[in-house]
Design a protein around this ligand. Structure first.
Ligand code: F6R
Length: 613
């Protein structure tokens, strides 16, 4: 999704801006641009379609950017195709005001009409350009006032950064619905849509909240309300990001690095949260709540999108089986338009790596409005979901750079298991069961290492199966969501192949028609309560000459009779098997994408953080 960067200070703006754009690359983008207010009062704007290095090359050919104030942007097309004229920064008629924007202006069509009527001429198909012209229509030399006046007419979501030749030396920022952070340096300030862009520059930040705007100059800043212009005092926060954390750590791709980080991530997610001898779990983020309110919860609705939604489905099985709480799992984009039945004993649990997924946020807000207790499982500290929920649990998975989510899934499953014990132990769950789950959780990092050690075998499998055009992934119970996840990853990362995830029992209701010798099936067939049922499904595929790749539990030699290829995982509790079975599926997708020569960190058409509907 789009990224914003801004700089005002003692150094040349383009240096930070370029570095920041590179750090924001992981969010996914199709074009990039930068505007700098030069020392001589002129203004430079360079925009280009494609990667940041293409922008960099283009900048070398243009007049040198000498200024100390600037804004930059990576764009992921929403209104209008990826093209230079649609790339940010956008400007007004006189090329005096330049703006970068994340989000969507919902009433842009009516605004455009009235601006055109009064003589403004637009060059792009974007909603953002409208804002530049709207600011121009209110501008009389004071940029802050013009932005304030403009925003009163705007419906929708935005994070913006604006500069003007006629009111130089400052950046005006504002936020509603899309994230924006101000970094505090020494005689300089930074602006970014994501704190990871600030790594190496500062660890002190101010998170702008909705309906706030800021005027940032090299030696001061002021935050005020976009509703009444009153000044707002904001606390500084310290962010804890390490440059090495966002580099590839010896791997060719972030995706591989993140898959191999799984054991460490799980360790971090459970660290300090297990009281083994009592079979209890300690979750500081939930202790802020009145515990009676938490005990009185009689229903949980999990909302999440994509991979986080599959984690939610695994959580549903865990929470119902072990904590005895009825759970429903909803896709954010569906929930937000339903009329859900919610009361004060319902908890809404939003799961999100980025904490910025628009559909998840909207669902959360809808449930809160109806009186639900709002909880979150979020990886990104200080993100919108983290701030919008009454209480929550951080994943501690570290920054996830690859667009496809892998290590976040691992930590989401672990946190859901911790939550199951936390809630279960205040209900029917015995100390013995609590202890069994927590003891097994502690063993997971070692078991995950064992699965990761099969990487060479999985690489060979990817080569062997790269000639096929379709894949079916089948699983049951805890591994049904894993089947969905395996198929999603293959579609995302090795998009030449079409894949579907299905519940094993559903195959006979339709997909079995597709099976023949050209249609391989992945079976997640760990030795558990539904293993015999999975075996019957394998028989059905074999009878139709389908190829079978099985993920099975070590010690199961029988499976070799029916499967063409087998990947073994070690034994663990049934509820925790997804953490082990998802690993080979993630690796398979990654190696398949590499086999096709794709950039597996940034698959085409995808964005890391989906901050629009
Ligand atoms: C899949 C993937 C997406 C995300 C989804 C939700 O690999 O990355 O499906 O899981 O967009 O994102 P978050 O967790 O940030 O809300």
């Amino acid at each position: 999704m789009c990224g914003i960067a801004g700089y005002v200070g003692k150094n040349k703006a383009n240096e930070f801006l370029l570095n920041a754009l590179k750090k924001l690359e992981y969010r996914g983008y199709d074009s990039a641009g930068m505007t700098v207010l030069n020392e001589d009062g002129s203004l430079s704007c360079v925009r280009s379609v494609g990667k940041i290095n293409e922008l960099e090359e283009k900048m070398k050919k243009e007049k040198e950017m000498t200024g100390f104030v600037g804004i930059a942007h990576t764009r992921w097309a929403t209104h209008g195709c990826p093209s230079e004229k649609n790339t940010h920064p956008h400007h007004d008629c006189k090329k005096n005001i330049f703006i970068v924007h994340n989000g969507i202006i919902e009433n842009y069509k009516s605004l455009k009409k009235s601006l055109e009527k009064s003589g403004h001429q637009m060059e792009s198909e974007t909603d953002t350009e409208i804002l530049a012209h709207l600011i121009e229509s209110h501008f009389d030399g004071n940029l802050q006032q013009a932005v304030f006046d403009c925003l009163r007419h705007v419906d929708g979501a935005y994070a913006i950064a604006v500069v003007s030749k006629s009111d130089p030396g400052k950046i005006i920022v504002a936020k509603k619905g899309s994230p924006l952070v101000i970094g505090i340096g020494d005689g300089e300030y930074f602006v970014a849509s994501d704190a990871s862009a600030l790594v190496g520059y500062t660890d002190r930040v101010i998170y702008l909240d909705d309906n706030e705007m800021g005027v940032i100059e090299k030696d001061k800043y002021k935050i005020s309300s976009t509703t009444n212009n009153n000044q707002i005092h904001k606390e500084h926060c310290k962010i804890d990001l390490d440059v090495s954390e966002i580099q590839k750590g010896g791997h060719d791709y972030f995706l591989l690095k993140e898959i191999f980080e799984g054991p460490e991530v799980v360790q971090n997610s459970i660290r300090g949260r297990i009281i083994s001898e009592k079979g209890l779990v300690k979750l500081g983020g939930l202790e802020v709540l009145d515990q009676k309110r938490l005990r009185d919860i009689n229903r949980i609705i999990i909302i999440a999108c994509g991979t986080a939604n599959y984690a939610g489905m695994i959580g549903e099985y865990m929470l119902e089986e072990y904590a005895g709480i009825p759970v429903e799992v909803e896709i954010g984009s569906e929930f937000r338009y339903r009329k859900p039945v919610i009361d004060s004993k319902t908890a809404i649990l939003a799961i999100s790596q980025s904490g910025e997924t628009a559909d998840t946020i909207a669902s959360l807000q809808e449930a809160k409005r109806k009186g639900a207790l709002s909880l979150g499982i979020v990886n990104t500290v200080g993100s919108t979901i983290a701030r919008e929920t009454e209480a929550g649990i951080y994943n501690h998975a570290g920054p996830e750079i690859s667009v496809a989510s892998t290590k976040a899934l691992m930590s989401q499953i672990v946190v859901l298991a911790l939550l199951t014990v936390y809630l279960g132990r205040t209900r029917e769950m015995s100390m013995i069961t609590g202890k069994r789950i927590t003891d097994e959780l502690k063993k997971l990092p070692k078991l995950m290492e064992q699965v990761l050690d099969t990487k060479e075998d999985i690489k060979k499998l990817a080569k062997k199966y790269s000639k096929y055009n379709n894949f079916l992934y089948l699983g049951r119970k805890y591994n049904y969501p894993v089947a969905n996840e395996g198929a999603l990853k293959l579609k995302e990362v090795a998009y030449k192949i079409h894949a579907e995830g299905y519940a094993g029992g559903e195959m006979k209701h339709g997909p079995i028609a597709m099976i023949d010798e050209d249609f391989p099936c992945f079976f997640i067939a760990s030795t558990d309560s539904v293993y015999d049922k999975m075996w019957s499904n394998m028989e059905e595929v074999k009878a139709r000459k389908g190829k079978i790749i099985a993920v099975a539990t070590e010690g199961n030699e029988d499976i070799k009779e029916i499967a063409d290829d087998v990947i073994y995982i070690p034994k663990t509790l049934e509820m925790l098997t997804p953490i082990l079975t998802a690993i080979p599926l993630h690796l398979f997708a990654a190696y398949m994408g590499i086999e096709f020569g794709f950039d597996i960190d940034k698959p085409r058409n995808l964005a890391k953080s989906v901050t629009v509907e």
